[in-house]
Design a protein around this ligand. Structure first.
Ligand code: BG6
Ligand code: MG
Length: 221
């Protein structure tokens, strides 16, 4: 197998925004008097904004109408954006930019495949808006991970077959989405949690082109 495109999830792979999602959701959970911990926050990784709200409401055994749920999701997003607006290029996770540049020099397409509707704002704040060949995100797709739509779209944008794509993902739902798309997947995080991935790394600081070639030969056949 020869990699023609690398598709990167954004939150938790290129930047650590999970902490900001947590702070904003925590503020909403406190307002709704729902107990919400950092462990609970793990369940929200890769999950869309509305589905995240449903999980939190479930923790508090609360049921709300559609309109009020929309209002709370908007409120949480406003709080989240307050954090995002303060992000700087220093928050790009170590090794990410170096790896992306190396891939581009080798003629491998680099694409974002993220569930987040805030993807353009985050990329702008950390100075990555012009780095990727294409961006597929929560604004351009309807179905959320583990549905493969976002990764299929990402591959289409750079005219690469799913079989030629390697996805980097930190969420279980995202790994399932990559596999459902017929792509190879490198998990970013703990091997114990990301069991379904073809290979797992701790972070992009572990990656370079040579290592990708080695992983390709041994694990992505
Ligand atoms: C994913 C995050 O990338 O984006 C989730 O892992 C988040 O935690 C989802 O809920 C949607 O993000 P946003 O920015 O559209 O609320
Ligand atoms: Mg993620």
């Amino acid at each position: 197998m020869h990699t023609e495109a690398c598709i990167f999830d954004l939150d938790g792979v290129i930047v650590d925004t999970a902490k900001y999602h947590y702070l904003a959701w925590k503020r909403l959970a406190d307002k709704l008097e729902i107990r919400f911990t950092e462990t609970d926050n793990e369940r929200l990784k890769g999950v869309s904004r509305m589905d995240s709200l449903e999980i939190i409401l479930g923790l508090g055994e609360k049921q709300l109408g559609k309109g009020i749920k929309q209002k709370y999701a908007t409120l949480k997003n406003a709080w989240y954006i307050d954090y995002i607006n303060r992000m700087t290029p220093e928050e790009i996770l170590p090794g990410s930019l170096e790896f992306i540049k190396e891939l581009k020099s080798a003629g491998i397409k680099v694409v974002i495949g993220s569930a987040s509707k805030n993807t353009p704002l985050i990329l702008e704040k950390v100075g990555l808006l012009k780095v990727f060949d294409a961006v597929a995100d929560g604004n351009t797709v309807e179905k959320t991970k583990p549905d493969p739509e976002v990764f299929i779209k990402a591959a289409e944008l750079v005219n690469v077959d799913p079989a030629g794509c390697v996805v980097f993902e930190d969420a279980v739902a995202g790994i399932q989405a990559a596999l459902n798309a017929g792509m190879k997947c490198i998990g970013v995080g703990s091997p114990g949690i990301l069991k379904e991935a073809h290979y797992v790394i701790k972070g992009l600081h572990e990656m370079n082109l040579e290592k990708l070639k080695t992983i390709e030969k041994e694990f992505l056949k």
